[in-house]
Design a protein. Structure first.
Length: 452
């Protein structure tokens, strides 16, 4: 007989939220409750509306798009054309000063280093927030956003779209059903390489040698990051590989790839983190990420589960091929291999896509449990957020969940900077107990004029 694991409190709350019924009432009658009547459209403002932000905004186009803000008018041109009636801004602070009362909710789709300042500006004005992953650029920013969202009682959602999928719920249900017994080891990662090292020569020219594009406000793009000359090596998309602006592959993919095991196993915070890097000296290359790394997280026993070790692989360092994988199947390149004392599960990215027990013979023999976690209509992540706003409930990946998940990525970035050192993390105190140098990276300073 398989050992059944109790459904988590999170799953129970999710079921309760899904059971909530809609009541048609005027907006003014529920203004104080934080709810929005389901028969009224929300007024949405977008901050960072080119690239991923523009795509997110299209998924919210059933609402009223009332304002668009982007520091690069050229990159945001498609969104400006699509919603010509929306007010246009470069500085979100000016946007809030001028039309705050017209806005119900905000989408933040900027580069990582400005997620927190933009999201916090919205939260402090009691606006609901959808923020792209990772939630922030430091552990301190994560904690502050979580605290503010709770204090202002706003509905939040981290942009890890796979969290609303059916497949992540299937994975959780299998783990809780005891499909592979007690999980003890996870190999997770992504084969993408996000490093500014390849572009270093392009970034070291004279400050006067490269002209800032006329469509870009470079000072606003920098935001809280320390002042430096503009370089085409940083944008539009390559900022992810530069430590002052992005969080490398571990920051870009943890919120997708680790999400299923984080939920199913209620991982919480690790007690230790250690990174091994290849052909990389963080002292000599303080602004760029390595071509590849292996980061090991150790999680203490919690509830009914024992301790769990998770190894994260980026870029050139690949997830090991599991011994039970059939010879004719490709190994996991982006996703995870989850090892239990009774078997192995593999899955891909974005909500445990392609989840399966290996080998196929075990998958065929497994009697799948009945669904216990409510499904999101069409697996649509933005709809989950909008429904939560209208019902006055929590979204599936609200900041109380997406924050600690993001924190794993931020700790991984610190471990890369401290490569070779096994860091001991005190999550409650928000500090490393064995490295003051590492503690300097928990809350790095902002540029003058910027604050949370």
């Amino acid at each position: 007989m398989k050992k059944k694991l109790a459904v988590t409190r999170r799953a129970f709350l999710g079921a309760a939220a899904a059971a909530a019924t809609l009541t048609i009432v005027p907006r003014h009658a529920v203004a104080q409750s934080g709810k929005t009547p389901p028969n009224e459209k929300l007024n949405i403002a977008g901050i960072g509306v080119g690239g991923q932000g523009g795509g997110d905004l299209q998924n919210l186009s059933g609402e009223n798009i009332v304002a668009l803000c982007d520091v690069d008018q050229g990159r945001a041109g498609g969104s400006f054309t699509r919603w010509p009636k929306a007010s246009q801004y470069r500085d979100f602070r000016k946007m809030f000063d001028e039309i705050e009362k017209k806005i119900d909710a905000v989408l933040v789709g900027t580069p990582d280093h400005t997620h927190a300042v933009a999201a916090m500006a919205a939260i402090k004005r009691n606006k609901h927030v959808y923020c792209e992953k990772p939630l922030a650029h430091s552990v301190y920013e994560v904690r502050q956003l979580m605290k503010a969202a709770k204090e202002h009682n706003v509905v939040t959602q981290l942009g890890n779209q796979g969290h609303s999928s059916d497949s992540i719920r299937v994975f959780c249900e299998w783990i809780w059903d005891g499909a592979i017994g007690n999980v003890h080891t996870i190999h997770a990662g992504c084969s993408a390489i996000n490093t500014g090292g390849r572009r270093r020569k392009r970034a070291t020219g004279s400050a006067d040698s490269v002209e800032v594009p006329k469509t870009l406000d470079w000072d606003l793009w920098l935001g809280p990051a320390q002042q430096r000359p503009y370089s085409p090596a940083y944008l539009p998309g390559s900022w992810r590989g530069w430590i002052p602006f992005g969080n490398g592959t571990v920051g870009d993919w943890t919120c997708h790839v680790v999400d299923p095991v984080f939920w199913a196993l209620d991982l919480g915070a690790p007690k230790t983190i250690q990174a091994k890097v290849k052909d990389y000296d963080p002292k000599a290359q303080p602004d760029v990420f390595p071509m590849g790394e292996i980061i090991t997280y150790e999680f203490p026993a919690k509830g009914k589960r024992g301790p769990v070790t998770m190894h994260w692989y980026s870029g050139t360092e690949r997830i090991p091929r599991p011994k039970d994988l059939e010879p004719d199947r490709k190994p996991v390149e982006t996703g995870a291999v989850v090892l239990g004392d009774k078997g192995t599960i593999t899955y891909g990215s974005h909500g445990a896509g392609g989840v399966r027990i290996i080998p196929e013979a075990k998958m065929k023999d497994y009697k799948r449990p009945d669904p216990t976690i409510p499904r999101v209509p069409r697996g649509h992540h933005q709809t989950d957020w909008l429904q939560a706003i209208r019902k006055g409930t929590k979204a599936g990946s609200d900041f109380s969940y997406g924050g600690p998940l993001t924190e794993l990525a931020m700790l991984g970035v610190i471990a890369i900077k401290m490569a070779g050192t096994k860091l001991e993390w005190d999550a409650e105190a928000m500090r490393f107990t064995n490295s003051e140098e590492a503690n300097q990276h928990v809350n790095p300073p902002y540029r003058a004029g910027w604050t949370l």
